[in-house]
Design a protein around this ligand. Structure first.
Ligand code: NIG
Ligand code: FE
Length: 419
């Protein structure tokens, strides 16, 4: 038995607590459940009580002496941030491509010439499991430093069975050994491997018949994602892959309408995807269908900025009733960042989310997008004590004072991981 932990005197304790279960949309995205001068009582890594400091003091009067106490000293306290979309396991880096894009090349041109995802796939194939583990571990440390305590991670830099399995096994090992929670997604359909150009259907068959069964048998992934994009996988191929994954219990996600409009949002609603990602070019009809089907829009404003594209229509999606989550998309090509605070800033500046909506999108709704809403994303009794103390007093300052890491301290399951 560890000592209880008492975090007291938060200027604002942003709990995100609500009676409503499941992804939040419209006005519900603005209800942060703020407790002024708040406190949290933690036992064995789990939240036991959330209330004002006065109430907690009275309720635990007889036990205060045994607790470890952290005085937040009138700073802001929130749940640990959740990043529901990353490609965090990869070998090498692509700074030359960054330069090439500034010189005028487009993301798709680089990819079609064998760079982009293909370049990272080569470097990931070459890296040993140990190297991948170590590189990724450093990135996960950086996520923690930015207040992120749970992330999703995708395979997809292998596109052959061996390397896809290598990436997923690295994630499994990191989930055991690293403090952060890492939720695995299979994304064998991230690009068309060069040897299957013009024979895409054969690769889709291979993925369905050979890769999915092994991944399901070894329980290496919870979600199944595809890059549904002109020149990559068509909506029909994407549907086949996602429907096949469903038979193995893998929940669909889709990289949809990122570079060109391609009926990705519509497909997400049709296959019952938990989330559709990117959506820069999603059609109005697609947005409507997502709202009806309750598909979460996982928006990646850092990627849009980095590709110098116009951001997704986040404001419009919220107004249309789509629950919105946000994410870094951390990857070596289109968004090499681990900063969810930056993503929250950008969600406000480039997509006109309000500060409250951006915080909901980076916590509770993000947890919903990876099925972790029962353990993460809000500060409520029984949930993991994943908590951030920030060097600001008001939650709006997080979005307003941009480009700065305001993290002061982070706890993961009640253990201090950043101080
Ligand atoms: O989400 N769009 C496809 N996949 C990633 C980029 C991966 C890469 O460029 O390495 C994305 O933007
Ligand atoms: Fe992505």
């Amino acid at each position: 038995m560890t000592k209880p932990l008492w975090i007291k005197n938060a200027s604002q304790l942003v709990t995100l607590a609500s009676e409503q279960q499941g992804p939040r949309s419209k006005e519900a995205m603005s209800n942060l459940g703020i407790i002024e001068n708040g406190s949290i009582w933690i036992e064995n890594g789990l939240i036991e009580a959330v209330a004002t400091t006065e109430e907690i003091k009275q309720r635990y009067e007889n036990r205060l002496h045994e607790a470890e106490i952290f005085d937040a000293n009138h700073l802001l306290v929130t749940p640990g941030l959740v990043d529901p979309h990353t490609h965090v396991v990869y070998g090498g880096s692509r700074e030359r491509e960054f330069e090439m894009r500034l010189e005028g090349a487009t993301y798709m041109e680089i990819m079609n010439a064998g760079g982009g995802i293909h370049a990272t796939a080569r470097m990931t194939r070459e890296a040993s499991e140990m190297e991948l583990f170590e590189q990724t571990s450093r990135r996960l440390n950086s996520f923690l430093q930015h207040g992120v305590t749970t992330i999703e991670g995708k395979s997809g830099y292998g596109m052959d069975l061996e390397t896809e399995l290598k990436q997923l096994r690295v994630m499994k090992k990191l989930q055991k050994e690293h403090q952060i929670d890492l939720v695995p997604t299979f994304m064998g359909a991230h690009a068309v491997p060069p040897e299957y150009r013009g024979k895409e259907e054969q690769f889709v068959d291979l993925l369905i018949e050979e890769m999915l069964p092994i991944i399901a048998k070894e329980k290496l992934a919870e979600f199944n994602d595809v890059f549904c994009e002109k020149g990559v996988y068509t909506p029909e191929q994407s549907e086949r892959i996602l429907e096949a994954g469903k038979k193995y219990g893998l929940i669909p996600k889709i990289h949809a309408d990122e570079i060109e409009p391609y009926r990705g949002a519509e497909l997400a609603a049709k296959v019952g995807a938990i989330s559709a990602e990117h959506l820069l070019k999603a059609s109005d009809h697609g947005i409507e269908m997502m709202a009806k089907a309750g598909v979460i829009a996982c928006l990646l404003p850092a990627t849009a900025l980095y590709l110098r594209e116009e951001a997704a229509k986040g404001r419009k999606m919220i107004d249309a009733g789509v629950p919105v989550a946000i994410s870094t998309d951390c990857n070596p090509g289109s968004s090499p960042t681990t900063s969810m605070p930056l993503v929250m800033n950008l969600a406000c500046i480039t997509m006109r989310l309000t500060p409250a909506e951006a915080l909901t999108a980076a916590t509770y709704n993000a947890a919903c997008a990876i099925n972790r809403q029962d353990v993460a994303g809000s500060l409520e009794k029984g949930k993991q004590a994943d908590i951030v103390v920030w060097n600001v007093k008001d939650y709006r300052e997080l979005q307003y004072l941009f480009g700065v890491n305001h993290v002061k301290s982070v706890w993961k399951k009640g253990v201090k991981v950043v101080s």
